[in-house]
Design a protein around this ligand. Structure first.
Ligand SMILES: Nc1ncnc2c1ncn2[C@@H]1O[C@H](COP(=O)(O)OP(=O)(O)OP(=O)(O)O)[C@@H](O)[C@H]1O
Length: 272
């Protein structure tokens, strides 16, 4: 993207192995502590799944990683979330830049009421993109190819994104996220509104995207977590209703030999 960015996040300072690190993170909505004491290192170019019963804070933690919680009045974070070694909650960090570099895909596909083409160009344009029509065409094609939807839409780029099927809309939203060249993609239950075939397509796409991006996915679907993720973080609500991280490890270890009895009970469907 032809945008010169003055950034307080110095890419040169990255800790090679990890894309994002949470340290002693507590997240509040007003006086309610929704998440407590989360320390977690997310490996680069891997898929990490957040699992756990409803209300245990998975989405809250996910949204904290690109400062989306800032948009919720009364929300507040203690602790540090490092991206390239920089705490993204430091006062000199621009949350808009964080959200560009750490993109997000939501539960319900939410294309803008615009053409497919303009859905893709929306992010680059608000980030100050300047280029020729040919360069824009190229950017749109690259993003749509990256989200494995180019062949299905290449002849109808001027049609509304909302006219696509649910699964196609979700891939369009992934393409829209890719258009601003993020490093990390957060996915909050991206398949929960989709049929099994569309779900499989998104899962295949995630495995493709892993080559170039770090993906963090919240999912209620245990099979999905075990199919696509490299690492799994299991969250659970404590007696004070704050969500906490119970166990984190390779997906294989979490699913076959969890260290904590509560993880085992959840994985085997004994609660939640
Ligand atoms: N905008 C908000 N304002 C106030 N409280 C909130 C808000 N969003 C979430 N919470 C509360 O924070 C806690 C964690 O919610 P969160 O949505 O992060 O959990 P979750 O594990 O993602 O749940 P689910 O699996 O049902 O989506 C819950 O008690 C919830 O009620």
């Amino acid at each position: 993207m032809a945008v010169a960015e003055r950034s307080s996040i110095n890419t040169a300072q990255s800790n090679g192995k990890y894309a994002v690190e949470l340290h002693d993170t507590h997240i509040y909505y007003g006086s309610f502590r929704a998440v407590k004491n989360v320390t977690l290192q997310i490996e680069r170019q891997r898929i990490t799944a957040f699992i756990g019963p409803s209300g245990c804070g998975k989405s809250t933690v996910l949204r904290a990683i690109n400062r989306m919680n800032d948009l919720i009045p009364g929300s507040r974070l203690e602790g540090r979330i490092l991206f390239h070694g920089k705490n993204i909650y430091d006062p000199d960090v621009d949350p808009v830049e964080v959200r560009r570099r750490v993109g997000m895909v939501f539960q319900k596909p939410n294309p803008f009421p615009k053409s497919i083409y303009d859905n893709i160009m929306f992010g680059p344009r608000i980030n100050g993109w300047r280029g020729t029509k040919a360069q824009a065409d190229e950017l749109v094609e690259r993003a749509l190819r990256g989200a494995a939807i180019w062949d299905e839409v290449k002849d109808k780029l001027q049609q509304p994104g909302t006219a696509l099927s649910g699964g196609q809309q979700q891939r369009l939203c992934i393409a829209r996220a890719l258009a601003v060249q993020p490093e990390v993609i957060l996915m909050d239950e991206p398949c929960s509104a989709l049929d099994p075939i569309s779900t499989l397509k998104i899962e295949e796409l995630m495995l493709e995207l892993r080559r170039n991006y770090t993906i963090i996915i919240v999912t209620h679907n245990m099979q999905q977590a075990s199919r696509v993720s490299d690492y799994t973080a299991f969250f659970l609500m404590d007696a004070d209703r704050a969500g906490q991280l119970v166990e984190y490890g390779s997906t294989e270890q979490i699913f076959t030999s969890p260290n904590d009895k509560r993880t085992e009970d959840y994985i085997s469907g004994r609660f939640g």
